[in-house]
Write a protein that binds this ligand. Sequence first.
Ligand code: KIV
Length: 302
Amino acid sequence: MSTAPTPDAAELASQVSGTPYGTLPPASPMASRKPISLPRLLEMRSRGEKITMLTAYDATFAAVADAAGVECILVGDSLGMVCQGLHSTVGVSLEDMRYHTESVSRGIRRAQGTAWLIADLPFGTYQESKEQAFRSASVLMQAGAHMIKLEGGGWTTEVVHFLVERGIPVCAHLGLTPQTVHALGGYRVQGKSDAAAEVLKQQAHALEDAGASMLVLEMVPADLSAELTRALQHCATIGIGAGKDTAGQVLVLHDMLGVNLGKMPKFVRNFMADGGSIRGAMQAYVAAVKDGSFPVNALHAW
Ligand code: KIV
């Protein structure tokens, strides 16, 4: 009986022309940077190097963002609007977040596996109790997240403490908190009056004391977020519509690529114009955040 010769690995590799359907590489190439860890991010904050963050919702975009040098990838519940066509983030479920977090995590590992992965706890999965928050956070951590993000101040302090004590790094989120958009009366700048600014400052300090190591400030006056960034000792502020002086910046991927048929928020810059390709746009974003040319307070902030 004659048996066909078994092709060796090199022969098999030569038969593969490329990776179709999104072109993730078949296995991790050599990483061009060390993996991003929480100590590294906090060290960047202390040194004054700006931290870059973008949202991503699937494996391929996450892989490209990782390769483009973005340090933090956020699986935001903005996926409700961006991917699911919802009017707000309120309808996003924990299962939706788990699915997208797992996809993004696979994409990062298949690229070079260096980006820090943050996932949003969606509405209704942490408000009831700290125990509920832990159960929900566990689902996202087991899907590959390194850190979870949750919105709000005051009542969230106890939740943050409970999660951090149990080994879950937490990014807090103050200012415009989209899950409570109905209570806030729309997507508007927060912390404008002296009284509102005072509450925001107290909440930010309490969240830092509870162990939050990052804090997203969304649509907060630039002066207020600059003051908070200086005042917080261990917690890195990440701005979106919060001016140039935060420790880092975040944008929603589709916004910064100009993939948005509606009116673009004031705080967004379309980086496709600079970059020419998706990877180029992400690299232009990283470069502009690092060298301080984005955002510009007069154009992108209040
Ligand atoms: O859900 C999201 O994408 C976010 C960012 C806007 C910070 O929370």
